[in-house]
Ligand binder design. Structure first.
Ligand SMILES: Cc1cc2nc3c(=O)[nH]c(=O)nc-3n(C[C@H](O)[C@H](O)[C@H](O)COP(=O)(O)OP(=O)(O)OC[C@H]3O[C@@H](n4cnc5c(N)ncnc54)[C@H](O)[C@@H]3O)c2cc1C
Length: 436
């Protein structure tokens, strides 16, 4: 019997899933699939917390599919080879999936679409992880916007109630629409089969944030000591364990500031899709060859939260211990690396990419380039945040600092590794001379 394969990637849920809903209406029984992509996995440390998170989600989906009377395929290997085998193992009429806008993913999907075509199967990708993608919100001249305020305004003017409508995937996910598994797929790979160890990091439940968090978001979001000041939805948005439509709809109804922050996410994803080179190099050509400093000792102090600037250190330790960092601390830590230490933003972007459980290339690259003044949208290159003023403004009682830096205030806490004024002038001077 012909089947439709539904390939999950950044959408680890059956509920309100655009591509899955389409697959379930494709006229063929559906077999959901997840591929542990060897090309991505081989770059990760063996105890990567994100892999444990993904593994648990895949196991949950496997169980949910079984409970609904269907199956769930999970395989490990190089994606083209897995598909070549799947196309032999099953009579595949179509491969459905949701769009992924990262450079590696777009290339991979083009290759798989070609493979499907050669095998006589249809390949279809749907928009699911953003409200507007690619060319859907452009400037009046038809160009990708580089002014966030204008983009957000156009985004909000374009958004209609139907853009937030849930897709009926959960309702359709029932025995008569699901395909049977081949015997070999009944056993899914374990973490050990993948070559990984278990490493759990605390994540919030995969459900919409509490009403009071959303209601007070605009007033509380900037204070890192308040654990309920922000939604903590980033990990779920990254892996699609919560629907972006539901979350943005909630924000739209209750708190426009939160909606606006989430529009940044659509914005950065749109920019990365248009300018995939910016994953690796400054968007602004004038800022590509700056004489960044190389100082392994100071870099190590930054990664370990030993810079002598308490907000920076608290943030880095929160990151190292939990895989999460409050946005204010991300700004302080990133600003300190690219300005006071005048080191390459790519170093920091890479460190965050290894540690953040919510690591998302478009958001990470976009924000790092913003901080470094090199991005399509960016803080002016001569703006240098003072870590001390940020401390006073956002953590005046040192509550956040004391939570993560227990030796703060004792003689064990280090003196600043660089003087703010000196670092600031050094960076401004070097950028002024190094800009083309
Ligand atoms: C240097 C730096 C690196 C960052 N790297 C990442 C990253 O890898 N992954 C990531 O998801 N976010 C990143 N951010 C953005 C932001 O810090 C996190 O999204 C946020 O702290 C996550 O916590 P939350 O879910 O409670 O956010 P909330 O404040 O509750 O916001 C809700 C959602 O809106 C989106 N959002 C909020 N702020 C931003 C922003 N500035 N840019 C883009 N989207 C935003 C996120 O999807 C977030 O989950 C980075 C910010 C900086 C300054």
């Amino acid at each position: 019997m012909k089947i439709t394969l539904f390939w999950h990637r950044r959408d680890l849920r059956f509920q309100d899933n655009a591509g899955l809903a389409a697959a379930l209406q494709s006229g063929h029984p559906v077999l959901p699939l997840f591929i542990y992509d060897q090309t991505i996995l081989e770059k990760l440390p063996r105890d990567d917390a994100r892999l444990t998170f993904i593994f648990d989600q895949v196991e949950r989906l496997g169980q949910e599919a079984y409970d609904a009377g269907g199956g769930f395929v999970a395989r490990f290997g190089k994606v083209p080879e897995i598909f070549e085998q799947l196309l032999k193992d099953y009579d595949v009429a179509a491969i459905y999936t949701n769009e992924d806008y990262e450079p590696y993913a777009t290339e991979r999907d083009t290759a798989i679409a070609k493979l499907a075509e050669q095998a006589g199967a249809e390949f279809k990708a749907f928009k699911d992880q953003v409200i507007f993608a690619k060319d859907e919100v452009l400037t009046k001249n038809g160009k990708p916007s580089k002014v966030f305020g204008a983009y957000s305004k156009a985004w909000q003017a374009k958004a209609k109630p139907e853009d937030f409508e849930p897709h009926p995937s959960q309702r359709l996910f029932k025995r008569e629409n699901l395909a049977a598994l081949k015997a070999a797929d009944k056993k899914r790979p374990t973490l050990a089969d993948l070559g990984f160890e278990r490493h759990e990091q605390p994540t919030p439940p995969a459900k919409l944030p509490a009403a009071d968090v959303v209601k007070n978001y605009d007033k509380k979001r900037d204070f890192p000591a308040d654990n309920k000041g922000t939604t903590h939805m980033s990990v779920h948005l990254r892996f699609g364990t919560v629907s972006v439509r539901q979350l943005m709809h909630q924000a739209q109804e209750v708190n426009i500031k939160l909606l606006n922050e989430m529009i940044w996410r659509d914005f950065f994803m749109m920019l990365l899709w248009h300018y995939p080179n910016t994953a690796e190099e400054a968007y602004d050509p004038k800022m590509r060859d700056l004489p960044y400093r190389d100082d392994p000792e100071q870099y190590k102090a930054w990664t370990e939260g030993r810079t002598g600037y308490p907000l920076v250190d608290a943030g880095m330790r929160q990151l190292n211990q939990t895989g999460y960092m409050h946005n204010r601390a991300r700004i302080a830590a990133a600003g300190f690396l690219v300005k006071q230490l005048f080191m390459d933003w790519k170093l920091g972007e890479h460190y965050f990419s290894e540690k953040l459980i919510d690591y998302d290339m478009s958001n990470n690259v976009g924000n790092w380039q913003w901080m470094a003044g090199t991005g399509a949208v960016a803080a002016p290159w001569f703006r240098v945040y003072s870590p001390d003023s940020q401390q006073k403004q956002y953590d005046p009682d040192y509550k956040y600092v004391k939570q993560w830096v227990p030796e703060f205030g004792t003689d064990k806490y280090p003196a600043p590794i660089v003087d703010h004024k000196f670092g600031r002038e050094r960076a401004i001077d070097a950028i002024r001379k190094g800009r083309k």
